[in-house]
Design a protein around this ligand. Structure first.
Ligand SMILES: *Cc1c(COP(=O)(O)O)cnc(C)c1O
Length: 515
């Protein structure tokens, strides 16, 4: 074998330093250039073109190629057509611009390559994660009995909440250790409550955990889009009358579409009265823990049996980064495995910590480092200010749109997501309004200057701005509002001429260059 491979590892004799520096340098140059070049969040290239380009470039060589050649290809094929999420006009989803400490820590995470499953693979990293978990537990208001673990995100955290609650319910109601014995037949009676705006992963987790998606009963929401407690009480009564066993309620702190925050204190009271496990999905709203103005929206969070918080949303961390917390650490025993090669039980007596016992993953990334580095470099005060700024900006933007007859804003935002729809000339024609909004979102995406999402509520099409980026300003937003109005007018004008031809199927490509 030739010795070329030596420079591709972090070599103990320093033989790879040059290559390592070269690669890192190339990457930094590429990203810096893209940062300056990206005048809009998306190139507007069509999906077919991108697919073609990527397919063409996917020739895997037998012999390695020059760094410069590969980097140029990556720039051309990948970076140029990436959604540039750091652009302030990218606001489709709960998808954040990453902070520099997080980006930098990612290269360290890759280089250290610690595996968080057993202590011997992550000697210091284990304690970093544990320390951050404890820090958050205190911030939440939990006692020393609380615990938690980093996860890949809200999906995994919600899954863990349902898993622990399900296993506890099987013990409580059926005297069955579901972890060992599997689900008893009567488990098909178990029911979970959440609002109609809760994240789909509640149903997904119930399905994966053998309860079935139908085990999730949705509760209606009030005019603020929050879980309606009276309806929850009624639903609980009805379920019990039918001989079913409600065992869990999920409150959402920051719903995906509205950013609405269920009343955690009221839900906690209900959960206590009814003997339910309370899980709070704060994937989005968990960042309010550091808010200076809006922390009170999370009042009662310490009463939750388990909590989901995502750091790759409003904590501005690179994907993936999230955590799951439990009020009582005993609950983790319901899912712990002891593998002889990894975390034998005798290690416990020696006081050794193996985080695999708390996780549904085995090999796991040292994501805690990103958050650690972020807190150290920015401090919690600035983080809180950033979050508050984006929320205030969303509220101000929503006020502008509310005043404008061209828009309908059904709910004043509680966090930094605005749901709205454009109102064209014929507002009484429901299908027409839906179609217009669909076309506007599509045209904006194809133009690439303003990236927003579309969604459905009550069967109607809405548009959504998720305004996570603190680099955004009210002047930017005013321009976007104007841009949308001009685009709406333009589409209507074009349609006026063509409507009879395309009355059913109408899919033109708009040249939405409006500057
Ligand atoms: C994003 C989100 C999830 C899913 O989290 P992932 O990190 O995407 O796995 C769950 N619940 C809520 C409320 C969310 O906003």
């Amino acid at each position: 074998m030739n010795s070329n491979f030596q420079k591709w590892f972090l070599h103990p004799d320093g033989k790879s330093e040059k290559t390592y520096r070269l690669l890192m340098d190339e990457i930094m140059t590429l990203i810096c250039e893209q940062t300056k070049k990206a005048k809009k969040p998306f190139s507007g290239t069509s999906c077919l073109e991108i697919e073609e380009k990527v397919k063409e470039a996917l020739h895997i060589p037998i012999a390695g190629q020059e760094v410069a050649k590969v980097m140029a290809e990556i720039q051309d094929v990948i970076v140029g057509d990436s959604l540039w999420i750091s652009h302030p006009s990218a606001m489709a989803h709960l998808h954040c611009p990453p902070l520099l400490p997080s980006i930098a820590a990612e290269t360290m995470i890759g280089a250290l390559n610690q595996s968080m499953d057993s202590w011997d693979q992550s000697p210091s990293a284990t304690y970093v994660e544990e320390a951050l978990v404890k820090f958050f537990a205190r911030k939440i208001g939990y006692s020393h009995e609380a615990d938690g673990v980093f996860t890949s995100g809200g999906t995994q955290s919600n899954y863990m909440g349902l898993l622990l609650a399900r296993n506890k319910a099987c013990e409580t109601y059926f005297k069955v250790n579901a972890h060992q014995k599997g689900l008893p037949y009567e488990a098909n009676k178990l029911r979970i409550l959440c609002s109609e705006h809760a994240h789909f992963t509640v149903q997904q987790s119930a399905a994966q955990l053998g309860l079935g998606a139908n085990a999730v009963v949705t509760v209606s929401t009030d005019d603020q889009q929050k879980l309606f407690i009276d309806d929850a009480r009624d639903k609980l009564k009805k379920l019990r009358r039918e001989g079913l066993i409600p065992f869990m309620i999920v409150a959402t702190a920051g719903t995906t579409d509205f950013g609405s925050i269920d009343s955690i204190s009221e839900t906690a009271r209900l959960a206590k009265d009814e003997g339910l496990w309370l899980h709070v999905d704060a994937a989005y709203g968990g960042a309010l823990l550091f808010s200076h103005q809006y922390r009170s929206l999370l009042d009662g969070l310490h009463l939750a049996d388990s909590i989901t918080i995502d750091f790759h949303k409003l904590y501005y961390q690179s994907i993936s980064c999230g955590a799951f917390f439990v009020k009582n650490n005993q609950n983790f025993h319901r899912i712990a495995y002891h593998a002889d090669y990894l975390n034998p039980e005798e290690d416990q007596e020696k006081g050794m910590i193996h985080l695999v016992e708390k996780s549904v993953q085995t090999t796991r990334r040292f994501d805690a480092l990103k958050l650690w580095m972020t807190f150290k470099l920015l401090g919690t005060d600035l983080l809180g200010q950033m979050i508050d700024y984006t929320i205030d900006l969303a509220k101000e933007t929503a006020s502008l749109m509310k005043k404008d007859p061209c828009f309908e804003v059904p709910v004043y935002p509680e966090m930094n997501a605005i749901l709205f729809r454009y109102l064209p000339s014929r507002t009484e024609d429901r299908k027409y309004v839906d179609e217009m909004n669909r076309k506007m979102q599509q045209a904006l995406y194809e133009n690439g200057e303003f990236i927003i999402a579309k969604t459905r509520q009550d069967g109607k099409v809405y548009l959504k701005c998720t305004m996570l980026n603190p680099l955004n300003t009210i002047d930017h937003m005013k321009k976007h509002i104007e841009r949308m109005k001009r685009l709406g007018e333009k589409i209507e004008k074009e349609q006026g001429e063509k409507r009879h031809e395309y009355s059913i199927h109408y899919e033109p490509h708009y040249d939405a260059k409006l500057n």
